[in-house]
Design a protein around this ligand. Sequence first.
Ligand code: ADP
Ligand code: MG
Length: 236
Amino acid sequence: EGRSIVFASGKGGTGKTTTVANLGVALAQFGKEVILLDADLTMANLSLVLGMEDIPITLHDVLAKEADLKDAIYEGPAGVKVIPGGLSLEKVKKAKPERLRELMREIAQMADFVLIDAPAGLEMTSVTALLIGRELIIVTNPEISAITDSLKTKLIAEKLGTLPLGVVLNRVTNEKTELSKEEIEAILEVPVLAMIPEDPEVKRASAYGVPLVIKNPTSPAAIAIKQLAAKLAGIR
Ligand code: ADP
Ligand code: MG
């Protein structure tokens, strides 16, 4: 069984999908077998960031018992495998999130790393996402409102038996008003694993539908994400 890591935040828009997409590609570039699972069932957009088109069968069809898991696994950039979510509301209504847990047992057998893109908040689908990963990485921005939401997410994950590995600080600008790495580690009681800077190349890459680590591998955010991938893969 491979590692299953859920990327969650509490607050929305902190950079979970961006991190999962690019970290997945970077791990695949290191030769790891990687599956990316879009567990943001109501706002699925992982496949868009990865520039994947033509997705007839999605996780939603599998959760609605209308398709087999194997038919919802696609090959993305750098050989990363992706289980995308459906984009239509009709599909969202039919899907049964409770089924994710049993599906996950199957998915975890298929790769070295399963990275789970979780929804924001602490609604049922978010809690389900926290439950299906063995490990948690919190993706947050270095501001107090995001950190307090992240703390709630971390506490719930721990109650569910998911191990918090650490924090990814995203959109770091080093302005004086930002909380420092040390302050954030003290509040969340987990290490900061990566500091990804605010980088206009992130939005450009996603507009092109090409992951940043491929489109612009020397941009500051891409470098930070590749360093995180090396850390997770045990490469120095
Ligand atoms: P989430 O999945 O947590 O909702 P996203 O990954 O979709 O967050 O990111 C939200 C927005 O922030 C997107 O428009 C994305 O392009 C932008 N973004 C994410 N990380 C960065 C960054 N390091 N620098 C600049 N923009 C970023
Ligand atoms: Mg997202």
